[in-house]
Ligand binder design. Structure first.
Ligand code: DO4
Ligand code: MG
Length: 280
């Protein structure tokens, strides 16, 4: 079951049929308990209309209203190694090694909704950075009660030179306008996402494939429930929140994003998040 936020309303996709919800408030719509069964009940009262698919094609928005976006880091070995390498000169490398093995995960605040873009919209790279990458991440939607009720695709855009210069610069490397992309929808399941699920990324430069890679989510060191437990320990989210679960894909060190690059991140069962890098 997928839920899309469009300018004309909320579209529910189920078994290749499209329904328009009567709900008007995304925060309430996605925060219902037992969301999968709530949506099933809801569509029984609605008629499927194939044309509702065109709302998704023409007026899609990021699937967010009042939620904060948080992120976890160094949850895959590949991320730990990349971070250790980039911060070596600054002497910050052992922080990453330690957090990978520690009981407490790295969790950081990523974005308020106004810095978030959806699929089809543009992401940005910072004007004061020369080394930028997308981070393709399975992203959890957690309702206000702390239950994982959906999954989306996230791009945790990052300035590697700023982050590598000093770990204390992390918020500047990670949180700036249009540094966060999520979408295209929230996939709502009645059981946890399959652990073999693949995350794939393809970056097109001048419309030609320039970089691609993939990773299975079972390569992640931590459990989703473990990340959520730490996030909700002392922090409440009245509208629920999104949590990016970390990247297992890091392009080679000589790669940096350029204006005009198209970033396509796909996750089985969710779809493809497509963003172009905008002029600085
Ligand atoms: O520690 C820096 C951030 C790591 C991160 O964003 C990731 O592993 O995805
Ligand atoms: Mg990340």
């Amino acid at each position: 079951m997928k839920a899309y936020k469009t300018v004309q309303g909320f579209v529910i996709e189920y078994q290749n049929q499209y329904f328009l919800s009567r709900h008007q408030d995304w925060d309430l719509f996605i925060n219902r308990e037992d969301l999968f069964f709530e949506l099933q009940r809801e569509i029984q009262l609605l008629s499927p209309v194939p044309e509702y698919k065109s709302l998704i094609d023409n007026s899609l928005q990021a699937p967010i209203q009042s939620q904060e976006v948080w992120a976890s880091g160094v949850t895959y070995l590949r991320s730990r190694d990349a971070r250790m390498e980039e911060s070596k000169k600054a002497g910050g490398d052992n922080f990453y090694d330690r957090v990978y093995d520690a009981e407490r995960p790295e969790l950081f605040f990523k974005s308020t909704p106004h810095r978030v873009v959806g699929s089809g919209q543009k992401v940005r790279i910072r004007r004061d950075s020369k080394w930028n990458v997308p981070e393709p991440e399975l992203t959890l939607f957690i309702n206000s009660k702390g239950q994982i009720s959906g999954y989306t695709i996230g791009n945790d855009m990052s300035s590697r030179d700023i982050e590598g210069e000093n770990p204390l610069y992390l918020p500047q490397a990670k949180s700036y306008d249009k540094s966060t992309a999520i979408g295209p929808c929230i996939t709502i399941l009645d059981e946890p996402i399959l652990s073999e699920t693949l995350i794939k990324i393809e970056i097109l430069r001048y419309e030609i494939p320039y970089f691609s890679d993939s990773v299975a989510i079972n390569r992640m060191k931590r459990k989703h429930t473990e990340l959520v437990e730490f996030l909700f320990r002392e922090t409440s989210f009245p509208h629920g929140c999104f949590l990016m679960t970390g990247t297992g894909i890091v392009p080679p060190d000589d790669f940096t994003l350029e204006v005009g690059d198209e970033i396509r991140i796909s996750i089985e069962g969710i779809g493809t998040l497509v963003n172009t890098v905008e002029t600085k």
